[in-house]
Design a protein around this ligand. Structure first.
Ligand code: THU
Length: 140
């Protein structure tokens, strides 16, 4: 992605650029069973962007959602925290992350993380209220 296309300028997230990255990822989905391709993209705190697509399996329950491959990319490319996230369906329209994936995203959230949703931009806390997270495992 060139500098001009970067999904952030100053403090403002360029949601169009992030959605475009998610759509590009969606085109790489492996979804022969559901025929429901999904793409996801995230802007990390350090300015990096990562993306993911769903990868299905003949053993249906083993399907990886787009968010699964995205969080793998975060870790694989140096780790970090998500500042902004977008997910799209096969038409390129905003798609709500499934319940499990909200939890996956929560783990890697930056404070105030925002998501592009079907009802506009929402915070992670709005999308997964009263979440269980790493802080619950702290014993002292
Ligand atoms: N899917 C995702 O990739 N992310 C979601 O948050 C919702 C569902 C995928 C899984 C499966 O490959 C297809 O969409 C249909 O459920």
């Amino acid at each position: 992605m060139s500098r001009a296309d970067a999904p952030v300028s100053g403090e403002t997230v360029d949601w169009d650029a992030l959605a475009a990255l998610a759509r590009e990822a969606m085109l790489r989905a492996y979804a022969p069973y559901s025929r429901f391709p999904v793409g996801a993209a995230a802007l990390l705190e350090d300015g990096r962007t990562v993306s993911g697509c769903n990868v299905e399996n003949a053993s249906y329950g083993l399907t990886l959602c787009a968010e699964c491959t995205l969080v793998g990319q975060i870790q694989l490319t140096g780790g970090g925290r998500i500042r902004a996230f977008a997910c799209v369906d096969g038409n390129g329209d905003a798609l709500m992350p499934c319940g499990r994936c909200r939890q996956l995203l929560y783990e890697f959230r930056a404070p105030g993380m925002q998501l592009m949703t079907t009802r506009g931009v929402r915070t992670m806390d709005e999308v997964l209220p009263d979440a269980f997270g790493p802080e619950n495992l702290e014993t002292d």
